[in-house]
Design a protein around this ligand. Sequence first.
Ligand SMILES: Cc1ncc(COP(=O)(O)O)c(C=O)c1O
Length: 391
Amino acid sequence: MSRFSLRTAFPRTPNPLSQAVALRHACGLPVLDLAETNPTRVGLPPPDVDLGVHPGVFDYAPEPFGLPSAREAVATHLSQRGASVDAAHVVLSASTSEAYGWLLKLLCDPGDNVLVPAPGYPLVDVLARLEGVHARSYRLPVVHGFGLDVGRVEAAIDARTRAVVVVNPGNPTGHFLHEGELHALADVCARHGLALISDEVFSNFAWDAEEGRVTSVAGRPLPCLTFALSGLSKVAGLPGLKLSWLHVGGPSHARDEALARLEDVADAVLSVSTPVQLALPALLAHAPRFQAALLKRVKGNRERLIQARPADAAWDVVPAHGGWSAVLRIPHHPGEEATCLRLLEEGVRVQPGYYYDFGGGAYLVLSLLPTPEVFTAALVPLVRVLSPPAG
Ligand SMILES: Cc1ncc(COP(=O)(O)O)c(C=O)c1O
């Protein structure tokens, strides 16, 4: 009998909701899918870029951090969003998920931990486990609209903590980091010798303007080692092209040591393909068009949701400022899973808050990406199920 690692012993029994979705699909019943977060499946504009057109597309230059021209393109893209960024501090990877894996290898030994926000997208928990690292949660308090409470981050630090992850804006909570919070957090990280990992994959998707909002830590003079993560997956809606970046910043000695070690990590896999690197300037030139279409879509759907809510409803749309999702606070009874199952019977798929570790209270998460037709059609059963007749 072969033996396998404990770290790959993930639970495999589908939860009742996944089972119900599979059954509905097997029966050929339609689903209005408000759990759809794949930007390539919701009718948003693809780029008009031919990946094969560049001379040298079949050449191979084994550059651990990526082709200089592609790193320059990322540095220009980041510099347009705030502080000036040096291409020498930009590292390309195949995905943000891969970049997380590299940072976990760089910063942690097995048994160490990194702090992650809750509620939040459960990706880091899985990636950390695969590296033998613990993901320890710090709570984003509901009273702050799921914003950062630096005191809670500091309280979660222990002797094995190596880094703090912030997701800016939060997924699915859509709350941005603010200047004061960033500085307090960077001070905590510096005092405890921790790195700050800033996941900025949704930071191009602000719905409004806010005083003191932070959109990127890249290129900012902060007192701790910083890593800013993003990539084509969200910035240009192209997760299938497999190109992301991380910017390394902070005090120069720590930054340079981190870059030297990351070079060995990246050199071991050399994962980013040449065609996508050569096409990167054109793909980044397409990004504003995609972002404008996406923002129109999510803001329109959020407005439709708010308009559909009866004034006396027992549920609420949680305030937020950006991202691709809406969070609904719903009554404790019958709760998240029962409500999702009930909605599925009516042909509408949404996600329960527990997927994102909301804790305390009952929540639903809705993707704002579906077409206005799908979203509007789903609102009728949604409002009916969430607002049962009195008595
Ligand atoms: C907050 C956050 N970070 C990272 C990722 C992964 O990005 P990538 O597709 O580049 O691996 C996701 C995916 O949805 C995400 O929501």
